[in-house]
Design a protein around this ligand. Structure first.
Ligand SMILES: [Zn+2]
Length: 510
């Protein structure tokens, strides 16, 4: 019978994988090349596929097969990978059962309305216009927590929401890590602020005498993507407003890029970020194809794969020693700009208001502010109407800057309007994982920096494929990180990486 049940599960997972592919392709198309007039039709198509996915997931045959294999006698007889698969499926199905369909419908209606309200409030620079809807979204999230944890067993209600994005993480685990991280970054930032270069250094690339034509920027992004992912038959790149990556199927990963004429580093770093995500998608074990294990265990681990390429590799001096001559050939106006000046310019530290435009050093402070606020919101320590004031206070306190308008302050991110509470911390967790992995890869290969200088970056991809990507969802993030680095998550490697990089850049002696 076990064989029969597994066969049923294979069939349903394959169907879910196909439906997921269609849904992802519809979305990728919508955000890249779809004609504007098709919006309403596309919304209908996407909703249709979503319903199909939901129905397939809750099909009685599928649920029965999962239940049968979940019972102790059968479960013990399964292979390790199948055990993991069944555990995940059972958990997701149980979660689904606990939330009434009425709630799901109400929630999806509210979040699409809430998105429009957010856009409107943002355009009008008036936070108040968004508050009534945001309050409703928060209330529905609180209700969801009640459905999922009726007895209030979790230490913190926010843990229930975290579970959707970073399984295994809790407020209890995150709080001390983020405290250390916050304190460490602010300490480094204060030292930098007192340094001489901080006062004089400018964003040289913004000077109009340097020209970065759009078509050349696109050529460069293609070059970087192929350098990072030599298997160019398995992915493709298009333009979208916000860069993103999505897996359609095993041999089809889609990336997008966005170009800003006078900010060449925007397309460069966002593409190397997305190509890191793509590497993860393309590196998953072939044996996991079309199963629920062809996935990442948590969002934070996926983010670590993009940030390691965006920061540790393509913002490093080693990388630019190799790539700058090529870059100058692409953009001949850079001919007179020395590598050292270029490198300093692309790593300029300047506390700013907007998360997706900020520098590498202060990035996690932006994330921590959001985490602290949404955690208090879910614990009902603060209300939606308090958010803007608290937001501005924290920006002043941690970064020393004050938002001049809501679109560059509390209304800048889409997450809360879509009910994504519990997502923000994954950005910082991913950043911490990336530094842990970077430390380890340099221990495993002492020649790595030398190799990067010569443009040989293959080792990095191979190492990440072997240590991270190939596992898919067969292990937890904690297990994968532990196997790769022999450690559990900590802020120290990231803080050390920041000091090693930024103290020399700002002539700071410890
Ligand atoms: Zn990312």
């Amino acid at each position: 019978m076990i064989k029969e049940y597994l066969k049923t599960i294979n069939t349903f997972e394959k169907e879910l994988s196909h439906l997921g592919a269609i849904s992802a392709l519809l979305q990728w198309d919508q955000q890249t090349i779809m004609p504007k007039a098709a919006s309403a039709e596309r919304a209908e198509q996407s909703a249709y596929i979503s319903t199909k996915i939901h129905q397939t997931f809750l099909n009685k045959k599928f649920i029965t097969a999962v239940n049968k294999l979940s019972n102790q006698v059968n479960f013990k007889k399964l292979s390790k990978n199948n055990q993991t698969r069944i555990k995940h499926l059972k958990k997701d199905q149980d979660k689904n059962k606990k939330i009434p369909l009425k709630h799901v419908e109400e929630y999806s209606k509210l979040t699409s309305l809430s998105h429009h309200k957010w856009v409107d409030a943002r355009n009008k620079e008036n936070t108040k216009l968004f508050l009534p809807t945001l309050t409703k979204v928060v209330n529905l999230k609180l209700k969801e927590i009640k459905y999922l944890d009726p007895k209030g067993i979790a230490n913190h209600p926010y843990d229930i929401l975290l579970d959707d994005f970073e399984e295994g993480m809790t407020v209890e685990k995150i709080d001390p890590i983020f405290e250390e991280l916050k304190f460490g970054i602010i300490q480094i930032l204060n030292k930098i602020k007192q340094s001489k270069p901080y006062k004089t250094r400018k964003d040289i690339l913004a000077n109009k005498k340097y020209k970065f034509p759009k078509e050349i920027q696109l050529k460069v992004t293609n070059e970087i993507a192929s350098l990072m992912n030599p298997d160019t038959n398995r992915f493709t790149i298009a333009e979208s407003v916000h860069p993103f990556t999505t897996r359609i199927s095993f041999n089809d990963t889609r990336l997008t890029t966005a170009v800003r004429e006078n900010q060449p580093m925007f397309s460069f770093t966002s593409l190397s970020h997305e190509a890191g995500h793509a590497q993860y998608e393309m590196g998953m074990g072939k044996n996991l194809k079309n199963t629920s294990l062809q996935d990442c265990p948590t969002v934070g681990l996926h983010e670590s794969q993009s940030r390691i390429w965006e920061n540790q590799v393509t913002r490093s001096f080693d990388f630019w020693q190799f790539y700058y001559p090529k870059y100058q050939k692409h953009f001949p106006t850079l001919k007179s700009l020395k590598l050292k000046d270029f490198y300093e310019s692309i790593n300029i530290v300047k506390p700013s208001l907007v998360r997706i435009e900020c520098d590498e050093l202060t990035y996690c402070l932006h994330v921590i502010i959001r985490y602290e606020l949404e955690k208090d919101l879910i614990a009902q320590k603060i209300k939606a109407k308090d958010l803007e004031k608290k937001w501005n206070q924290k920006y002043q306190e941690y970064l020393g800057v004050k938002p001049n308008k809501p679109s560059r302050g509390v209304l800048q991110d889409v997450h809360w309007s879509e009910g994504y509470f519990g997502y923000f911390p994954t950005y910082a967790l991913g950043t911490l994982y990336s530094a842990m992995l970077w430390k380890q890869i340099n221990i495993d290969n002492k020649q790595l920096k030398k190799q990067i200088k010569k443009g040989n970056i293959k080792y990095i991809k191979d190492w990440l494929d072997k240590k991270i990507h190939v596992h898919g969802k067969t292990k937890t993030t904690e297990q994968i990180i532990k196997l790769a680095t022999k450690q559990t998550i900590t802020a120290k490697p990231f803080l050390n990486y920041l000091k090693d990089k930024y103290y020399p850049l700002y002539n700071i002696k410890e």
